[in-house]
Write a protein that binds this ligand. Structure first.
Ligand SMILES: [Zn+2]
Length: 118
Protein backbone atom coordinates (compact mmCIF):
# COMPACT_ATOMS: atom_id res chain seq x y z
CA UNK A 1 0.00 0.00 0.00
CA UNK A 2 1.09 3.50 -0.82
CA UNK A 3 -0.15 7.03 -0.18
CA UNK A 4 0.84 9.50 -2.86
CA UNK A 5 0.61 13.21 -3.56
CA UNK A 6 0.01 14.65 -7.01
CA UNK A 7 1.02 18.27 -7.57
CA UNK A 8 -0.77 20.38 -10.20
CA UNK A 9 1.42 22.94 -12.03
CA UNK A 10 -1.62 25.19 -12.25
CA UNK A 11 -4.29 25.25 -9.51
CA UNK A 12 -7.73 23.98 -10.37
CA UNK A 13 -10.12 26.28 -8.47
CA UNK A 14 -8.37 26.13 -5.10
CA UNK A 15 -6.87 22.68 -5.56
CA UNK A 16 -3.14 22.36 -6.10
CA UNK A 17 -2.76 18.76 -4.96
CA UNK A 18 -4.47 15.42 -4.92
CA UNK A 19 -3.76 12.93 -2.15
CA UNK A 20 -4.54 9.31 -2.95
CA UNK A 21 -4.16 5.80 -1.64
CA UNK A 22 -3.49 2.57 -3.50
CA UNK A 23 -3.06 -0.97 -2.21
CA UNK A 24 -0.11 -1.29 -4.65
CA UNK A 25 3.52 -1.15 -3.52
CA UNK A 26 4.03 2.01 -5.60
CA UNK A 27 1.80 4.74 -7.01
CA UNK A 28 2.87 4.11 -10.64
CA UNK A 29 -0.24 2.23 -11.80
CA UNK A 30 -2.65 4.69 -10.14
CA UNK A 31 -0.83 7.72 -11.51
CA UNK A 32 -1.08 6.20 -14.99
CA UNK A 33 -4.84 5.71 -14.50
CA UNK A 34 -5.19 9.33 -13.38
CA UNK A 35 -3.22 10.92 -16.22
CA UNK A 36 -4.54 8.67 -18.99
CA UNK A 37 -8.03 10.08 -18.34
CA UNK A 38 -9.33 6.56 -17.70
CA UNK A 39 -12.63 6.18 -15.85
CA UNK A 40 -10.60 4.89 -12.90
CA UNK A 41 -8.92 8.27 -12.57
CA UNK A 42 -10.11 10.86 -10.07
CA UNK A 43 -12.45 13.61 -11.40
CA UNK A 44 -10.42 16.35 -9.71
CA UNK A 45 -7.19 15.19 -11.38
CA UNK A 46 -8.99 14.98 -14.73
CA UNK A 47 -10.41 18.48 -14.28
CA UNK A 48 -6.95 19.85 -13.43
CA UNK A 49 -5.46 18.26 -16.57
CA UNK A 50 -8.35 19.52 -18.71
CA UNK A 51 -7.66 22.95 -17.23
CA UNK A 52 -4.10 22.85 -18.57
CA UNK A 53 -2.19 21.64 -15.50
CA UNK A 54 0.78 19.29 -15.65
CA UNK A 55 0.42 16.65 -12.97
CA UNK A 56 3.56 15.56 -11.14
CA UNK A 57 3.93 12.72 -8.68
CA UNK A 58 5.37 14.87 -5.89
CA UNK A 59 5.57 12.33 -3.07
CA UNK A 60 5.08 8.67 -2.36
CA UNK A 61 4.78 7.16 1.10
CA UNK A 62 5.29 3.41 0.62
CA UNK A 63 3.66 1.28 3.31
CA UNK A 64 1.38 4.14 4.41
CA UNK A 65 -2.22 3.34 5.36
CA UNK A 66 -5.61 4.81 4.51
CA UNK A 67 -5.57 6.33 7.98
CA UNK A 68 -2.41 8.24 6.99
CA UNK A 69 -4.14 9.38 3.78
CA UNK A 70 -7.07 10.73 5.86
CA UNK A 71 -4.65 12.39 8.28
CA UNK A 72 -2.77 14.10 5.44
CA UNK A 73 -6.03 15.35 3.90
CA UNK A 74 -7.26 16.69 7.24
CA UNK A 75 -4.00 18.60 7.80
CA UNK A 76 -4.63 20.72 4.69
CA UNK A 77 -0.99 21.77 4.59
CA UNK A 78 0.49 19.98 1.55
CA UNK A 79 1.72 23.31 0.21
CA UNK A 80 3.94 23.66 3.28
CA UNK A 81 5.98 20.52 2.60
CA UNK A 82 5.45 19.56 -1.09
CA UNK A 83 8.84 19.89 -2.76
CA UNK A 84 7.17 20.82 -6.08
CA UNK A 85 5.69 23.89 -4.38
CA UNK A 86 9.18 24.80 -3.20
CA UNK A 87 8.09 26.31 0.11
CA UNK A 88 8.99 23.54 2.56
CA UNK A 89 8.17 25.39 5.76
CA UNK A 90 7.25 22.05 7.38
CA UNK A 91 9.04 18.69 7.43
CA UNK A 92 7.69 15.84 5.33
CA UNK A 93 4.89 14.08 7.27
CA UNK A 94 5.87 10.69 8.67
CA UNK A 95 3.34 7.83 8.31
CA UNK A 96 4.64 6.41 11.60
CA UNK A 97 3.95 9.65 13.38
CA UNK A 98 0.16 10.10 13.26
CA UNK A 99 -0.71 11.74 16.54
CA UNK A 100 -2.62 9.68 19.12
CA UNK A 101 -4.80 12.74 19.67
CA UNK A 102 -5.87 12.53 16.00
CA UNK A 103 -6.69 8.82 16.34
CA UNK A 104 -8.73 9.48 19.48
CA UNK A 105 -10.66 12.32 17.81
CA UNK A 106 -11.46 10.12 14.78
CA UNK A 107 -12.62 7.27 17.03
CA UNK A 108 -14.85 9.70 18.97
CA UNK A 109 -16.33 11.02 15.69
CA UNK A 110 -17.05 7.48 14.50
CA UNK A 111 -18.86 6.70 17.77
CA UNK A 112 -20.88 9.90 17.51
CA UNK A 113 -21.99 9.17 13.91
CA UNK A 114 -23.01 5.68 14.96
CA UNK A 115 -25.13 7.10 17.78
CA UNK A 116 -26.75 9.69 15.49
CA UNK A 117 -27.55 7.08 12.84
CA UNK A 118 -29.21 4.76 15.36
ZN1 LIG B 1 2.92 21.05 -4.50
Amino acid sequence: MTVYVLHFSKPYKHARHYIGYTPDASAARRVQEHISGSVKGNPLVKAAIDNGATVTLAHEFPGASREFERWLKDRRDVGSWCHCCGIKSKPLPDPKNIRDRYRERKAAEARRYKTEAA
